[in-house]
Design a protein around this ligand. Structure first.
Ligand code: ADP
Length: 398
């Protein structure tokens, strides 16, 4: 079966067509500037790329164009859209309404639209728009929602609760949900495969370090804790997000800066993190270059990021009562040796011993072991593949 994976944003849409027999990517692409002047689709297939520059006032028109590209003479890989067996949609927030990937029915759409939008106001409405666009253009093709938070549904109550009034948790669903679940699931399973062990026998900390970063504790194949919480703002500081901060400091800052609550959340999401600390960039390549030239704020941003990530690794080892493996993944995790070194430094007491040369080796796009021989804890760099997980979950449901 061929499965189309769709990741719709408010003005963008990424897709991959995956052949589930080989799990190979047949075609992929992304649409940018939907509903904005200058819309463009960059479609890849058959080893070629084609750029479609045309007005796409809606997600529906964008999906129609994606299907045109998939059946195109040059970059097309299928002869008709009936070859697409199902569509898997990435959805950021599930709240407590969806515990697992879900086959779309009218009832499911109603819940998605009426209950979850307020949990991820930037992302979930976009996913719903993408879903409706696909349903319009591909009536009869099964649609599946795969939630970023699904993998975290196994967290115990003691891990996902905030220390607020229990009645307020019950009334408003304010608790930890987590994010990047498909990535944490994928890399933890890959780590077990690589180690030749069953996931049930392993205690793994997965570090998804990208522009958005989260760390998870995966005990026996199940997520037992994760660093992002009610929204992706929590946990370590990130590209432009502050990470965890004393709520009273937020109120204090809001008063000083004359910002209301909503503006304050935007400030914490968009103007803080390593970009705010360095004053230079949210991109770690720029921070590393800055630090090498003696910029102390770039160095501070790098040090804070590695230190905060390390603290999650240590606390999750404590939460699980042991540690067999640390996995680094995503843009920073896969590409930044000094961050991996900074995270692992000082964790020798847990049995972590990094191999300096392997850590500094080239990113090959394959799994790399960067722990030293004899290290009790394996340290692995594993390229993430969220689209493949979405396709697998979709296949499992249809
Ligand atoms: P997201 O999916 O959250 O947007 P990614 O996982 O793609 O983010 O990570 C993007 C980030 O990864 C960039 O902002 C940059 O900080 C970092 N990054 C990507 N490539 C490199 C590299 N070669 N060296 C250092 N950092 C990199």
């Amino acid at each position: 079966m061929k499965i189309l994976v769709v990741n719709a944003g408010s003005s963008s849409l990424k897709y991959q067509l995956i052949d589930m027999e080989t799990e190979g990517v047949l075609a992929k692409g992304n649409v940018e500037r939907i509903g904005i002047k200058g819309s463009v689709l960059k479609a890849k297939g058959n080893g070629k790329e084609k750029v479609y520059e045309q007005d796409m006032p809606s997600h529906k028109i964008a999906i129609e164009l994606v299907l045109k590209a998939l059946t195109d003479e040059e970059v097309g890989v299928i002869s008709s859209m009936t070859e697409i067996g199902a569509v898997g949609h990435r959805v950021v927030a599930s709240g407590e309404y969806f515990k697992a990937p879900t086959l779309v029915t009218p009832e499911v759409i109603k819940t998605l639209e009426e209950k979850t939008f307020e949990l991820a106001p930037l992302h979930n409405p976009a996913a719903a728009t993408g879903l409706r666009a696909c349903m319009d253009v591909m009536p009869g093709t099964p649609m599946v929602l795969v939630f970023d938070s699904s993998f975290h549904q196994t967290m115990p109550e003691k891990a996902y609760m905030f220390g607020i009034k229990y009645e307020d948790y019950k009334a408003y669903g304010v608790r930890k949900y987590g994010a990047h679940g498909t990535s944490h699931k994928f890399v933890s399973q890959e780590a077990a495969k690589y180690m030749g062990k069953k996931p049930e026998d392993l205690k793994i900390v997965t570090c998804h370090l990208g522009n958005g970063s989260s760390i998870s504790a995966v005990d026996g194949g199940k997520c037992v804790d994760t660093s992002m919480s009610f929204t992706p703002l929590d946990g370590v500081l990130m590209g432009t997000r502050s990470g965890c901060i004393d709520a009273s400091a937020v109120e204090f800052l809001a008063r000083k800066k004359g910002l209301n609550a909503a503006d304050m959340v935007t400030y914490l999401n968009k103007e803080c993190g390593v970009a705010g600390i360095s004053g230079v960039s949210s991109d770690f390549r720029d921070l590393i270059a800055g630090a090498e030239q003696g910029n102390t704020r770039c160095q501070l941003a790098l040090d804070m990021f590695a230190y905060q990530t390390k603290k999650f690794v240590g606390s999750y080892a404590a939460a699980m009562g042991g540690l067999d493996c640390i996995v680094f993944t995503a843009g920073i995790g896969e590409n930044t040796p000094i961050i991996r070194a900074g995270v692992c430094e000082g964790l020798e007491f847990l049995g972590v011993k990094l191999d300096k040369k392997s850590n500094e080796g080239k990113n090959t796009g394959a799994i790399r072991e960067i722990s030293a021989k004899g290290s009790k804890v394996k340290v692995l760099v594993i390229p993430t593949n969220e689209e493949l997980v979405i396709a697998r979950e979709t296949l499992a449901l249809v």
